[in-house]
Design a binder for this molecule. Structure first.
Ligand SMILES: C[S@@+](CC[C@H](N)C(=O)[O-])C[C@H]1O[C@@H](n2cnc3c(N)ncnc32)[C@H](O)[C@@H]1O
Length: 411
């Protein structure tokens, strides 16, 4: 008799969980827990390839098993938009900041802190607890758990959640409307984001007039760099930085400079120019870490206009082109051409969409999520390898000269 899929999944989950548990025990590492002192991250180092694979397989297999045992109807009905509402309220009203970590509080104290009605605070928090944020040790008493503590203590992850709930979720909710209204548009100001914000401006134009929102978005980007597969070390380790000796690197759309800071620390003879919109640069330039300050300069530059830094050795675009439709990417690339000296390198660090079903569903879902986010905010998309090659060829006859795979999202 053949084994059913649910038994196959549960056996694999049991085996992988036992392997993970044995590893943690053997290394005296804490078991995963959402208790207030539980670890904020998975403690399996990336070098433990098999254990990390087992951990990701547990997450994938439990998701599939859950969906199967629910069945199609209950599965659909379990997809709740309200999951994002309690998370949005948590960050919007700074509930994680409303009482110190390690203490207890009440709905009425939190209501006094955030100015909401006590009954709304109770609704939000009791739903947030279902989402593993906060805990209620005794009826009416609220305390932090590991998740709310992380949001209370680490600004980049707080901003990641805030950007998702306040900016992207709102944009997503208006994206079908934008597709109906502007079916052929390649423009970044005819999107779900623009409709949600009742503006004819693009997300980056809106942010350029709202430094706080821009900063929060920048921090959200920084949080990505801490996620599996997106760590900055991939940029540091997989590009032959040493071959540029004491050259200059221009980070086009470099946000708050985190990429250049990481590369600068590893390659002390290189110099850097971080370019971004004026509003981003004004804030970022005030916060350059001392150890690299002498070699990293900030410069306001709109990459939809001609590149002002001529004769640099490298122009790096990290997570830029996926924000822009082909028409605009070609414009950005052509703006660079007059500045290029012979031998200058253009490095693009961006996602490459896989063929459907060719990687794990867990990884593929992350990339498909990102693909939709690009449509929501900029009328753009993630690209397959062939799309990248043809994009460069359209911008300039010389096309792409090399592709290096830099992610190691565990499969
Ligand atoms: C997705 S973020 C990537 C940031 C950074 N490269 C990184 O790897 O984290 C896109 C960046 O492009 C910047 N940007 C958007 N439009 C721009 C423009 N017209 N000129 C220059 N920078 C722009 C944004 O402010 C933002 O910092």
């Amino acid at each position: 008799m053949s084994t059913s899929r649910i038994v196959e999944l549960s056996a694999r989950i049991a085996a992988n969980t036992a392997a993970l548990d044995a590893y943690l025990t053997s290394k005296n590492l804490p078991t995963p827990s959402f208790d207030i002192d539980g670890p904020h991250d998975c403690l399996v180092p990336k070098s433990e390839v098999d254990i990390e694979k087992a951990r990701i397989a547990i997450a994938e297999d439990t998701t599939e098993l859950r969906s199967l045992v629910l069945g199609p109807r209950e599965y659909l009905m379990s997809c709740s938009h309200n999951d994002l509402l309690s998370l949005q309220a948590t960050v919007r009203f700074r509930l994680t900041q409303s009482f110190p970590v390690g203490t207890e509080t009440t709905f009425s104290s939190i209501a006094a802190f955030c100015g909401l009605r006590e009954s709304n605070v109770r609704q939000i928090l009791r739903h947030a607890i279902m989402m593993n944020v906060f805990c209620e040790p005794r009826p009416g008493v609220i305390a932090h758990n590991a998740v709310s503590r992380l949001l209370a203590e680490e600004k980049p992850i707080f901003d990641w959640l805030a950007t998702n709930c306040n900016e992207l979720w709102k944009a997503a909710a208006h994206t079908c409307e934008a597709w109906e209204k502007y079916p052929e548009s390649d423009e970044p100001n005819q999107t779900g984001f623009s409709l949600a914000n009742q503006t004819d401006k693009s997300i980056f134009e809106v942010f350029s007039q709202n430094p706080d929102r821009a900063k929060s978005f920048g921090n959200a980007m920084r949080s990505f760099t801490q996620g599996t597969g997106f760590e900055l070390r991939h940029v540091v380790d997989n590009i032959h930085w040493a071959s540029f000796k004491d050259g200059t690197v221009v980070d086009v759309g470099g946000s708050q400079g985190h990429v250049c800071f990481a590369v600068a620390r590893a390659f002390p003879s290189l110099s850097f120019v971080v370019q971004d919109l004026e509003s981003v640069i004004t804030t970022a330039a005030k916060e350059i870490p001392r150890d690299v300050a002498a070699r990293v300069k900030f410069m306001a530059h709109d990459f939809l206009t001609e590149q002002p830094v001529h004769n640099a050795d490298v122009y790096i675009f990290r997570w830029i082109f996926h924000n822009w439709s082909d028409k605009n990417c070609i414009r950005i690339l052509r703006n660079l051409i007059p500045a290029l000296k012979p031998g200058a390198k253009i490095i693009v660090n961006d996602n490459v969409l896989p063929q459907p079903g060719s990687i794990s569903k867990w990884q593929e879902k992350k990339l498909r999520d990102m693909d939709l986010a690009m449509a929501e905010i900029q009328n753009s998309r993630e690209r397959e390898l062939g799309d990248w090659r043809s994009l460069f060829k359209l911008a300039d006859d010389r096309g792409v000269t090399g592709i290096v795979e830099t992610t190691d999202m565990t499969d």
